[in-house]
Design a protein around this ligand. Sequence first.
Ligand SMILES: Cc1cc2nc3c(=O)[nH]c(=O)nc-3n(C[C@H](O)[C@H](O)[C@H](O)COP(=O)(O)O)c2cc1C
Length: 305
Amino acid sequence: MFDSQAFRRALGNFATGITVITAVSPEGEPVGLTANSFNSVSLDPPLILWSLDKRSNNLAAFSEASHFAVNILAADQMHLSNQFARPSDDKFAGVSFREGLGGAAVLADCAAVFECSVHQMIDAGDHFILIGKVEQFEAEGRAPLCYHQGGYSIVMPYSRLSSDKGETSSKPELPGRLDSNLYYLMLQAMRSYQADYLPLQMSTGLQTTEARMLMILTEHQSLDVKQLVEAVAMPEQDVRVAVEVLERKGLISENDGRYAISVQGQEKSDSLWHLANEEQERVFAKFSDEEIATFSKVLKGIIAK
Ligand SMILES: Cc1cc2nc3c(=O)[nH]c(=O)nc-3n(C[C@H](O)[C@H](O)[C@H](O)COP(=O)(O)O)c2cc1C
């Protein structure tokens, strides 16, 4: 038996961007859905592709549309990803957009937009592959919204200080002016921290998003799916998969659509917090309590802007 859930989970290791793909229905209504299956195909002619689930309510619209627009979401557009990933008659409520080629909606403030004429539609399993010919595009270069292991992520530029093994050297020689560039230093510090911490977290048998969900459920009595979507920065479909996984492992339980942590889950969460605290103590061991308090204050100040 082929395990489709494990297959889906394995695919989640390929980090992607997130797009909202739009078109106009034969009735003239704007339609759109969240998709991460977007990819480039050809430079000459300029072709791109994405795949559409045959169960989509918008199958007829995309089958008949002459054009579609691929809106590459920016990091601060998570709400649009959530809004277009849910079947609804009013997906465009509160969304600012203009009509692009063939009437397909071009959403405001995206990282990039590719306006395409439909080049080919290929039947492929439970999806159709749509190939578009790019007629027009704009690229604002905003930081993109990413998707990895069922959760939203942001891009962190790769460190030039890393060794081949992916570990930062213990005595980094910071190149020139970067030495005093705080943004650069924060990125390198994050990367260095993450390199050691994420494998530790994975060793508990939980994906980052599942671990995050469990840790959040220890802070709250019980949460429904909508509240979890907000709290853990995950699309609803992935929250549903994750709660199923956590429930099967006996770490959470469901009652009337609300999820609460179980005794076993509490123990797992304690061990996750323990790991997090241990790692923090290890990393910050060479600094005084006063330095750490100042560091924390500075970080909170930057976050709050
Ligand atoms: C991150 C993410 C990526 C998705 N990628 C795709 C995709 O590539 N193709 C697709 O058909 N659905 C994809 N979906 C699911 C659709 O967005 C979702 O089923 C939506 O409700 C479809 O709306 P519709 O039935 O109104 O067309 C994705 C959802 C999320 C959250």
